[in-house]
Design a protein around this ligand. Structure first.
Ligand code: COA
Length: 335
């Protein structure tokens, strides 16, 4: 029997910082509105015309995670790539990582679970490791949102929230059953698929149909979000799935040493923190600096937590996410 441990971690964010004040120049918004509703002060957006892409950022994060794990490229047995903003419609970005890193011809799987993509990826990787199939799995969460956002007053409720960046981990098989992933919990509710979605391009609405459609105004290419509805569902599902993880492991909320919620909105994180009665030092947030980086948000936050030496051996780490789909999930990890 094996358990899965996070052996290495790395992250990468583009250099270009976009402050709320910068957004005031391109849309009808304000620093005050954005900070009050979301907690976000700034985010990273790749420079227009730069060569950066979802896979190139993921590659940089992956290199750091591999280095941090102290393994060679040849030891990687499998790749899982989570993103909602892939370089191409197809193929997925996992194969681009395989190419960029010059890895062996290992399997590469892409995950399409948006804000819960990293938790889904972790859960799948954990099963492969516990079954004995693989020893080292590279998980990457990367998003280049800025290219797909509607940076105008029409798109302001979405575009102010999302940022670019990447995080990666090496999940490794271990014989020490006292450590590692204790359990993962995954859910979905497809009846709300269109409440937070990008509808085009899609095989149902391909280019020729869009060109022919006199009503097409480009809005189906931009993310749509029913913000209030997403918010209300998020706070309920975060709590449910964290409690599910605690119950599964016969633990109470007091056992959580650190909670890293997916960085959707600071107000969502604060609501969850209050419900769990956790002190500030037990909840890590960095949305202020990066906005919502979707599949990258948890690994970027975890990488910063490690950098800051905030986790001790034996600590119980709780990860939880909610997002488009709707999908949501949690993971409990003994560090
Ligand atoms: N700047 C200024 N005003 C804005 C704005 C912006 N960027 N975006 C929206 N507004 C306006 C709206 O047009 C609306 O104006 P009106 O009252 O004149 O109609 C007003 O602000 C309130 O909009 P509303 O959508 O009700 O605000 P809200 O308090 O729900 O906050 C979100 C909006 C998006 C911040 C909030 O709903 C949210 O965070 N939802 C969850 C988002 C999320 O987590 N998404 C990712 C899931 S993983």
């Amino acid at each position: 029997m094996k358990t899965s441990i996070i052996k290495g971690i790395g992250y990468y964010v583009p250099e270009n910082i976009v402050k709320n004040k910068d957004l005031e120049k391109i849309m009808d918004t304000s620093d005050e509105w954005i900070q009050e509703r979301t907690g976000i002060r700034e985010r990273r957006w790749v420079l227009e015309n730069s060569d950066e892409s979802t896979s190139s950022m993921g590659t940089e994060a992956a290199k750091k995670a591999i280095d941090n794990a102290g393994i060679s490229h040849d030891q990687i047995d499998f790749i899982i790539f989570a993103t909602l903003s892939p370089d191409y419609f197809f193929p997925g970005s996992g194969v681009l990582i395989q190419r960029n890193l010059g890895l062996k011809e290992v399997g590469a799987l892409d995950i399409r679970n948006q804000c819960s993509g990293f938790i889904y990826a972790l859960s799948i990787a954990d099963q492969y490791i516990k079954s004995g199939m693989y020893k080292n799995i590279l998980i990457v969460g990367s998003e280049l949102h800025s290219g797909g956002l509607e940076k105008s007053t029409r798109g302001r409720n979405v575009s102010v929230i999302f940022g670019d960046g990447a995080g990666a981990v090496i999940l490794q098989a271990s014989d020490d059953l006292e450590k590692g992933i204790m359990s993962t919990h995954l859910h979905s509710e497809g009846k709300y698929a269109e409440e937070l979605a990008v509808i085009s391009p899609a095989t149902k609405k391909w280019i020729d149909k869009l060109v022919e459609d006199p009503d097409e105004d480009g809005s189906s290419y931009a993310p749509y979000m029913n913000g209030n509805f997403v918010f209300k569902n998020a706070v309920v599902r975060f709590m449910e799935v964290i409690n599910e993880a605690l119950v599964k492991n016969n633990l109470t909320k007091e056992a959580i040493d650190l909670l890293i919620p997916h960085q959707a909105n600071l107000r969502i994180s604060q609501f969850v923190q209050k419900q769990l009665a956790l002190p500030n030092e037990k909840v890590y947030n960095n949305i202020m600096k990066y906005g919502n980086t979707t599949a990258a948000s948890i690994p970027i936050a975890l990488a910063e937590v490690i950098e800051k030496d905030m986790l001790n051996e034996g600590d119980v780490l709780c990860l939880a996410a909610f997002g488009s789909g709707f999908t949501w999930g949690s993971a409990l990890i003994r560090w």
